[in-house]
Design a protein around this ligand. Sequence first.
Ligand SMILES: Nc1nc2c(ncn2[C@@H]2O[C@H](COP(=O)(O)OP(=O)(O)OP(=O)(O)O)[C@@H](O)[C@H]2O)c(=O)[nH]1
Ligand SMILES: [Mg+2]
Length: 297
Amino acid sequence: MTHFDTRSGFISIVGRPNVGKSTLVNILVGTKVAITSDRPQTTRNTIRGIVTVLEKNTQLVLIDTPGIHKPRTELGERLNRLVYGSLAEADAALFVLDATQPIGPGDRRIAERLSSSGVPVVVAVNKVDIADKEEIIGQLAVAGEWNFAAYVPISATTADGIEPLLDELVALCEPGPFFFPPDATSDQPDQLLAGELIREKFLARLREELPHSLAVVVDEMETQDNGVVRIEATAYVERDSQKGMVIGKGGRIVRDVGTEARVDLEKLFGARVFLDLRVKVEKDWQRRSDGLDRLGF
Ligand SMILES: Nc1nc2c(ncn2[C@@H]2O[C@H](COP(=O)(O)OP(=O)(O)OP(=O)(O)O)[C@@H](O)[C@H]2O)c(=O)[nH]1
Ligand SMILES: [Mg+2]
């Protein structure tokens, strides 16, 4: 048998849309590896955020996942499958609840799935910074009936409770190797993260069904001889009528999104960035297998 001085664990982060899973991953990792927004179903793939706690010789691999919801499209079905699939590679699960939302049937269904998955589960009751004391206590009381390994009230925005939560997660790790270099923060290729950062800037500006209909693909990325990183990206929408809304009056939205994304991208790459962003229609891609395949889902 191999003997390890180090400990490690894959921890799948699950919960309903918009409860703060990605915000939590970012604060645990200490840098932005996953985009966040106040629109449900922001996350569309499983992103691994890496936390190495050197003084405890432990490496956590946090798997951020899409919010579990009632699927209405082929995309929705694929996303839910992705989440439950992530449990197969996980040593533990972190179940995130929103303290300001009563526990509903959606949460109960997730709790059942987690119970039957057999992995140890830690529950984080998030957003305590904007919840009443009664709400928090009520949630802990209801969720407490599930008998999971630990319950920690937290705020992923103020970092309240993050240390105790990290301690609980570290405690679940078993002897094992570090799967990533200690200074790694994510397994996500730069090209994917770049596309996500661009999509995030759109999400903050789009209303109604548009956030769901939007996908961003980085077609090309190269560092030029002058050191500038040149990025060609396409934002896809589902219908002709959506194209104008995403472009904005006189091109205003794409322009603002491009400007804002460039700031993040330049920070990410530590270099000047030239961003060429276009908008195209990929008819009903959310509902079509070929569209989903083409856009990389
Ligand atoms: N006040 C407050 N807001 C929070 C907290 N955590 C997350 N949020 C906000 O909640 C919204 C959703 O956060 P996300 O991290 O994108 O949520 P998610 O669970 O990853 O959502 P999906 O990817 O759609 O499943 C964002 O507007 C966050 O800023 C928190 O602790 N306190
Ligand atoms: Mg998310």
